[in-house]
Design a protein around this ligand. Structure first.
Ligand SMILES: NC(=O)C1=CN([C@@H]2O[C@H](COP(=O)(O)OP(=O)(O)OC[C@H]3O[C@@H](n4cnc5c(N)ncnc54)[C@H](OP(=O)(O)O)[C@@H]3O)[C@@H](O)[C@H]2O)C=CC1
Ligand SMILES: O=C([O-])CC(=O)C(=O)O
Length: 256
C-alpha cells in the first residue's frame, strides 16, 4: 500500500506557492493562508487546498510541515507559533533570520520543541558546501547580485552598484531580492559581504559567489530565469523548496 502523501500547509499563496502547488507530487498542500483573502481563495479553487483567511486557523490544521513563502515580516509574525503548534517549517524569506535576537529565540524554540527549520538553497547553488565555513577558516565570502532595476523596485537607468555592505544590512534595504545573502551568512557562519548591481540590460537574476578559505577558492555564477509570477524571485527558489518537500521522506540524503 502507498504511504499517505505528506500534508503541507502554506503561508503565502503568491508566485512560489503556486509553483509548489503546480508541481506537487509526493506531498499535498492541504491548507493555504494568505493575508489577501482573495489569493487564498483563488489558490484553493485552483489546487484544492483548504483556504484560510486567518493565520490562527493554520495552527489547527493536520499538516506536518508549513512552507513560508510570504515575506520577512510573515516569518517574524508566524514562525514561532508554527513550531509551537507541532509543525516543522521551511522558510523562504530567510532575511528575517538576519535579526540575531529573533533568530536566537526561534532556534531556541525549535530545539526545545524538537522541530526542524529548513532553509532551502533558494536562488543560489553551493550552499551545501559553504557550510564548511562553520568548521574551517574563511577568508572571503562575497555575494554579487545583479538584477534588472524593475525587479529591484528602483528607477535606475544606468548599470550601477546600488548597494555595498553586509548581508544583514542589505536585506533591510532589499527584503524581496536578497534573502540569499542571509542564507549564505547562515551557512557560512559569518555576515557575508554583498554588492547589489542594477543593470537595465539584464533579463536574468544573476548571483555570483566568491568564497575562499582553508579549503581553497570558489567562484559560482548562477544566471536564474525570473519566475513568471514575480520577476524579482528566481524560479530556482521555488524549485529548491520543492526539492526539499519531495525529499523529506527519502532515506537517501544527497549533498552537504
Ligand atoms: N530564499 C530565497 O532564495 C528566496 C526567497 N524569496 C522570498 O520568498 C517569498 C515568496 O516569494 P514570492 O512567492 O515570489 O512572493 P509573492 O509576492 O509572489 O507572494 C507572496 C504572497 O504572500 C503574501 N504575504 C506577504 N506577507 C504576508 C503575511 N504577513 N501574511 C500572509 N501573507 C503574506 C503576499 O501578499 P501581498 O502581495 O499583499 O504582500 C503574496 O500574496 C518572498 O519573501 C521572497 O522575497 C524569493 C526568492 C529567493
Ligand atoms: O530570487 C532571487 O534571485 C533572489 C531573491 O529574490 C532573494 O534572495 O530574495
Amino acid at each position: 500500500m502507498d504511504a499517505q502523501p505528506l500534508a503541507v500547509g502554506i503561508i503565502g499563496c503568491g508566485n512560489v506557492g503556486r509553483i509548489l502547488a503546480e508541481k506537487q507530487n509526493t506531498f499535498r498542500i492541504t491548507a493555504a493562508y494568505d493575508c489577501v483573502p482573495g489569493c487564498a481563495l483563488d489558490f484553493s479553487a485552483r489546487f484544492g487546498a483548504k483556504p484560510l483567511t486567518e493565520f490562527a486557523e493554520l495552527l489547527a490544521e493536520p499538516v506536518e510541515i508549513v512552507v513560508e513563502a510570504a515575506s520577512v515580516s510573515a516569518v517574524r509574525e508566524y514562525a514561532i507559533d508554527v513550531l509551537r503548534s507541532g509543525k516543522d517549517l521551511i522558510i523562504l524569506s530567510v532575511g528575517a533570520l538576519a535579526d540575531e535576537t529573533f533568530r536566537i529565540e526561534l532556534l531556541g524554540e525549535a530545539r526545545r520543541l524538537n522541530r526542524k527549520i529548513h532553509v532551502p538553497s533558494g536562488a543560489i547553488m553551493g550552499l551545501d558546501n559553504i557550510r564548511i565555513g562553520q568548521v574551517s577558516s574563511v577568508d572571503t565570502i562575497l555575494l554579487r547580485t545583479t538584477k534588472n532595476p524593475l525587479s529591484l523596485g528602483i528607477g535606475e537607468p544606468e548599470t550601477k552598484c546600488v548597494f555595498s555592505g553586509t548581508a544583514s544590512e542589505c536585506v533591510q534595504r532589499y527584503p524581496k531580492n536578497t534573502n540569499v545573502a542571509v542564507s549564505l551568512s547562515l551557512a557560512c557562519g559569518c555576515d557575508a559581504s554583498v554588492e547589489v548591481w542594477s543593470d537595465p540590460g539584464e533579463t536574468k537574476n544573476m548571483h555570483e559567489i566568491i568564497f575562499s578559505g582553508e579549503f581553497g577558492e570558489a567562484y559560482i555564477r548562477i544566471r536564474n530565469n525570473p519566475s513568471s509570477g514575480n520577476g524579482a524571485t528566481s524560479r530556482l527558489a521555488a524549485l529548491s523548496a520543492l526539492s526539499i518537500l519531495e525529499n523529506l521522506k527519502n532515506p537517501l540524503v544527497i549533498g552537504a
